[in-house]
Design a binder for this molecule. Structure first.
Ligand code: FE2
Length: 381
């Protein structure tokens, strides 16, 4: 028996039209001057404005145009100061939500982002109150206490984890995702799927994280192909949204594994979206882990809808999981290769060395050698 601590994260407000409850949440937070932080694409698609329409007194800053960086967070912070914002509604994917978390924290704590990344405990005050409205189906950032940003010097990703970064509520409205491009649904859904399966196999898993991860796998396995095929399929999109939020709630407690160690390393060095990097690494990593913890694959197999799991030896069930995940990614148009994303073959060795030492590797069921990580990358290429 392993001892553990688990806390459920922000309040979840779910349903078609759930953004109509934003005003009530901001009243509860005593916000007089809320600001919406969102991105260019959502502003162009009119999604940010739809949220603003439900908050007549809010201001809109749609300046997120990339993954969070020191510069992007300072621009967001400047907007908060100029608008005298006293609360924030983050509308977008992981980039908008993480930018908002970091800007909210700097607004009340002052100081420099890089210093907080070096010492999380120095972030000592709650940030401006934040409500997250995710518009993708993968990052889970709406439920976490963490935020990721790019280190401008080393081109790697830095993370800050603090209770003071957590949103107060996550408002999940599947109708807001009705214009989500299918490639974004496929990529962010692959991130959620990878986090769910890696989390379920992780050495850090516990009964609560299993409950969230296995339910997420169950939902994603039927909903992802439908949500990719039709962004107006509210039932499927809503199932994906809830799965992503569950996975986000469990992430900090279970950790992930080798696919994320590789994906996060790849994402720091090459222009490959995180979810796509997860999708390409998932199968090779599962193949490696299948022989190490076959028993842990059995509940994952059941969640994926694989029948007869109790009648077959766990090693066979684990192999069936690898095949089923391949089928799922293919039917959700998420069967990418690394070579399609300007990742040169000659660079794989360097990626393998960095991924081998990545913190996400520590909860993988097997600690591979650098050469084994290189083989995984070559398989994904
Ligand atoms: Fe991820």
């Amino acid at each position: 028996m392993t001892n553990y601590t688990f806390a459920v994260g922000p309040a979840v407000v779910y349903g078609a039209g759930a953004i109509s409850e934003l005003g009530g949440w901001l009243d509860k937070l005593a916000a007089k001057h809320p600001m919406i932080i969102s991105d260019h694409a959502l502003a162009r698609a009119g999604v940010a404005e739809r949220v603003q329409a439900s908050l007549p007194h809010s201001q809109l800053w749609a300046g997120v145009d990339a993954e969070p960086s020191v510069d992007l967070v300072s621009s967001a912070l400047q907007a908060l100061r100029e608008g005298e914002a006293d609360a924030v509604v983050a509308v977008g994917g992981g980039s908008s939500i993480d930018t908002a978390k970091l800007a909210c924290a700097l607004a009340t704590n002052g100081g420099r982002l890089l210093d907080y990344a070096a010492d999380w405990s120095s972030l000592s005050r709650p940030g401006l109150p934040l409500v997250a409205v995710p518009t993708t189906v993968g990052s889970g950032s709406e439920m976490t206490r963490g935020a990721v940003f790019k280190d401008p010097v080393h081109h790697s990703k830095l993370v800050i984890v603090s209770d003071h970064l957590a949103p107060r509520a996550a408002v999940l409205d599947p109708t807001l995702l009705d214009t989500l491009p299918s490639t974004v649904t496929a990529a962010t859904g692959s991130d959620a799927l990878t986090q769910a399966i890696e989390g379920a196999l992780s050495t850090g898993a516990n009964a609560f994280t299993d409950a969230f991860h296995l339910q997420a796998v169950r939902a994603i396995s039927w909903a992802m192909p439908r949500a990719v095929a039709d962004s107006q399929d509210t039932e499927a999109m809503g199932a994906m949204q809830q799965a992503a939020a569950m996975v986000g709630a469990a992430l900090a407690y279970s950790g992930v594994g080798a696919a994320h160690a590789a994906a996060n390393t790849l994402g720091g060095a090459f222009p490959i979206p995180h979810g796509i990097a997860c999708a390409v690494m998932l199968r090779p990593v599962l193949r490696m882990n299948a022989s190490i913890v076959p028993d842990r694959f059995v509940p994952v197999a059941a969640a994926l809808g694989i029948e007869g799991t109790s009648r077959r030896p766990p090693t066979q069930v684990a192999e069936a999981v690898v095949d089923k995940v391949g089928e799922l990614l293919t039917s959700a148009q998420a069967a990418w290769r690394l070579r399609d994303f300007s990742v040169p073959w000659e660079e794989l060795k360097r990626v393998a060395e960095e991924a081998h030492g990545h913190s996400d590797m520590s909860t993988n069921p097997r600690q591979p050698t650098v050469d084994e990580v290189l083989s995984l990358l070559q398989e994904a290429w």
